[in-house]
Design a protein around this ligand. Structure first.
Ligand code: UDP
Length: 328
């Protein structure tokens, strides 16, 4: 129990991959935590280990809707808004819902923050930079985003959410923080998430074809989930209310490099196949994290190899569990 004893935190999207790890860290710090999640992409099994935790409560609900009465009644001191499908196939499956989750959902939670005098943290995204012409991406770069393409519901939704959040700040209506999250990986990603780390690890483990979209020369920079959560908590506890902060790992690699590493560490002989590159897929992405270093004293610690090993071990267990459940 440390400095979280006086915190009562709302985590929206808390049944998701990042949200559930954030909840674990907040509870470890001594906070009381309420999770609000629609379970559209989040999974209750991510929170199963908290069933008997007295300082934790789960409420099923969608941030787009009027917030549940029990949420409105609670004297939150901190609100972390992580509610939104984040994987391209999931957020594109219902683009209207994705856009509204970011706009209406963020508005509902900002109003709650205003009402409760709570700190509000928006999890925004590196997608606000679109397919960037500036590399690596500092927060001052305004991005190159299509407002009409299939990724726009997410990218433009998050951009609008940032706008609303900083407007509440400027108007003195809420005390806000904005994190721009870059690609993140680790245990509790959904096996059917559709993103490259989960796809490639699951394919390598089961011996299915490994799918590389395009020629595999596009780059990403992957942050392990414990580092990411540490960054979010530092940002919430900081005084950085006037500008967004990139949270991500600046070690950049191509998708083909990632596949090679996963094949090597799993010893898999799975075949690699090339598939069409999705529309508007960014060519490269790497965070400039100077601001996080200077203002939060934060930088990632977990090396890619160690993070991939932990993630692959977790997916291997998950596959065993699924197989065992199928045999029951
Ligand atoms: N990707 C891939 N194979 C897959 C899934 C994704 O080659 O099975 C590519 C995708 O086209 C993109 C990169 O990997 O260039 C990262 O994709 P992801 O969906 O993980 O994240 P995002 O595009 O949101 O950065």
């Amino acid at each position: 129990m440390k400095n979280g004893k006086n915190k009562t935190a709302l985590v929206t999207g808390g049944a998701g991959f990042i949200g559930s790890h954030l909840i674990d860290s907040l509870l470890a710090e001594g906070a009381t935590v309420v999770c609000l999640d629609s379970l559209l992409t989040g999974r209750s099994k991510n929170l199963r280990h908290l069933e008997r935790e007295a300082r934790f409560d789960f409420i099923q609900g969608d941030v787009i809707d009027d917030l549940p009465a029990s949420v409105k009644r609670t004297a939150f001191t901190h609100i972390y808004n992580l509610a939104c499908a984040a994987s391209p196939p999931h957020y594109q499956a219902d683009p209207e819902h994705t856009m509204l989750t970011n706009v209406l959902g963020t508005r509902n939670l900002l109003r709650l923050a205003e009402d409760k005098d709570a700190r509000f943290l928006l999890t925004s995204t590196s997608e606000v930079y679109g397919d960037p012409e500036v590399h690596p991406q500092p927060e001052g770069y305004r991005g190159w985003v299509s407002c009409t393409g299939p990724r726009a519901c997410y990218d433009e939704g998050k951009r609008a959410a940032e706008t609303l959040t900083f407007d509440y700040q400027r108007l003195g209506r809420a005390d806000v923080r904005v994190a721009r999250i870059f690609n993140t990986y680790g245990p509790r990603m959904r096996p059917d998430d559709g993103r490259v780390v989960s796809n490639v690890i699951c394919q390598a483990l089961s011996g299915e074809n490994i799918t590389i979209y395009g020629d595999g020369t596009q780059t990403r920079s992957f942050c392990y989930v414990s580092d990411l959560v540490d960054g979010l908590m530092r940002l919430m506890d900081s005084d950085v209310t006037d500008e967004p902060v990139n949270i991500g790992n600046p070690v950049e690699l191509t998708v083909s490099d990632l596949v090679e590493r996963v094949l090597a560490l799993t010893g898999s002989k799975a075949k690699v196949v090339n598939m069409p590159l999705p529309v508007d897929d960014p060519r490269r992405r790497k965070p400039n994290i100077e601001r996080a270093k200077a203002r939060l004293g934060w930088e990632p610690k977990v090396p890619l190899q160690q993070g991939l090993e932990a993630t692959a071990a977790w997916f291997a267990e998950e596959q065993q569990e699924t197989k065992a459940a199928g045999r029951l």
